[in-house]
Design a protein. Structure first.
Length: 224
């Protein structure tokens, strides 16, 4: 079994090396704003390599901006000739942040799907493929239901139709315990950027499922 010190040393080396690397280009030059009423939505268009085969709208998960899509996920789509459209959901990134937000003054999936539709309208796209991750998949489902003639296909990643559906299969107790242990091990204050990165990297490995890395990381963090 790997000891906690080995795990922390691994990430410490990774973080220190990363500090001396130049930042990659996170957002390209082909960007703009679309408007859903008074709400301003920031988007980016990434052109494919070679002849355009079609367009894909990518809808990010909860609390994730458009830069959250990993490049190794995007590259195969670009190589196949697909134009990629990413955007920041309202309240995130360079889109409008909602002032005085509260449960009484909240917004819905339908509101967020109209944000996405504003991007589609601005770019004058048709026969668009939809890919949504987690909450983005829920938004994508609303789009597919409300605008079936606009979208060609729907792909939901780690998503559901309605989060509070009593028949929805929940996370296992084992997974919930592992998440809790991660925060108990690494989430103690004071937090700094290194600890936050360790938490994020560990959680990402937990979501990945089976594999050598996941076993090593989880056995180190959770079994100590």
């Amino acid at each position: 079994m790997i000891h906690l010190s080995e795990f922390e040393d691994h990430f410490d080396r990774f973080i220190q090396v990363s500090k001396f690397n130049s930042l990659p280009e996170l957002i390209g030059e082909n960007t703009g704003y679309a408007y859903n009423g008074k709400i301003k939505i920031f988007y980016e268009v990434i052109k494919p390599k070679g002849k355009k085969r079609g367009s894909i709208l990518l809808i990010s998960r909860n609390s994730e901006t458009l830069i959250s899509w990993p490049q190794n996920f995007l590259n195969p789509l670009l190589e196949k000739g697909y134009e990629l459209i990413k955007f920041d959901n309202r309240g995130l990134g360079m889109s409008d942040w909602i002032e005085n937000w509260s449960k009484k003054n909240s917004y819905s999936l339908e509101d967020m799907s109209r944000d996405a539709m504003a991007v589609i309208d601005k770019l004058r796209l048709k026969n668009v493929h939809l890919i949504g991750s987690s909450m983005g998949g829920m938004i994508a489902q609303r789009l597919a239901i409300d605008f079936p003639n606009v979208f060609k296909s729907l792909t939901c990643i780690m998503s559901s139709g309605y989060y509070f559906d009593p028949q929805l299969i929940s996370l296992s107790k084992n997974i919930k315990k592992r998440f809790a242990r991660i925060f108990l091990k690494l989430g103690k204050k004071p937090l700094n950027i290194e600890k936050i990165l360790k938490i994020r990297l560990t959680i990402d490995q937990l979501w990945l499922g089976k594999g050598v890395l996941i076993k090593k990381f989880l056995s180190t963090i959770l079994m100590q």
